[in-house]
Design a binder for this molecule. Structure first.
Ligand SMILES: Cc1cc2nc3c(=O)[nH]c(=O)nc-3n(C[C@H](O)[C@H](O)[C@H](O)COP(=O)(O)OP(=O)(O)OC[C@H]3O[C@@H](n4cnc5c(N)ncnc54)[C@H](O)[C@@H]3O)c2cc1C
Length: 153
């Protein structure tokens, strides 16, 4: 069971795990060095809870139970991704799959499938007879999956 809740620049996602535990993520847009600069000790759950109550105050108060439990670990995970305008020439011996080649937030619930689909399509290209050489096979995969590569300089 999963619950996804979004509001402007904030999210809360709950996942019920098979062994009856609950994991949850919050997402929010902050300045780049916020984890270092915010003054919160993320090992101190009370400090994290106090931050959550203020930062997520417009959310319904039942959500606060998530942070007030006794057995919680909070791990700040800054998210970055490569520039969207980036392009590269196809190489004959190197390519990108999965998160390295797609803009994929952890809570889309699709990253693993996307990575496996990439691997499947690349393997298809490398093993079928439709391409004259490996570079062309990789170029076809990259073009379809990233739209960002090209053959040549
Ligand atoms: C908190 C969280 C929850 C998520 N939940 C879901 C979910 O419910 N469903 C879903 O589909 N996806 C989920 N994802 C996304 C999913 O985990 C990724 O999309 C997926 O793992 C991408 O696979 P990948 O092989 O591209 O990269 P990764 O799984 O990140 O694999 C890359 C590997 O390369 C290794 N590596 C990095 N640098 C080097 C180096 N220099 N030398 C050697 N090895 C290196 C890393 O250690 C890692 O093992 C979640 C992600 C996060 C962070």
């Amino acid at each position: 069971m999963k619950v996804f809740a979004f509001r402007i620049e904030q999210s809360i996602i709950l996942s019920a795990k098979g062994e009856e535990s609950l994991s949850f993520y919050t997402g929010c847009k902050v300045s780049e060095n916020w984890v270092q600069d915010c003054g919160i000790d993320f090992n101190d759950k009370q400090q994290v809870f106090e931050w959550f109550k203020i930062a997520f105050s417009p959310w319904i108060t039942q959500r606060q139970e998530l942070f007030s439990g006794n057995i919680i670990w909070c791990i700040p995970c800054p998210q970055y991704h490569f520039p969207l305008h980036q392009t590269w020439p196809t190489l004959p011996n190197l390519t990108l799959l999965g998160d390295a080649s797609h803009r994929m937030p952890p809570y889309a619930g699709e990253g693993v499938n996307q990575a496996m689909q990439d691997a499947f399509e690349l393997a298809e290209n490398l093993t079928n007879d439709g391409f004259p050489d490996i570079q062309t096979a990789i170029a076809h995969y990259e073009k379809k999956n990233t739209g960002k590569s090209f053959i040549g300089n």
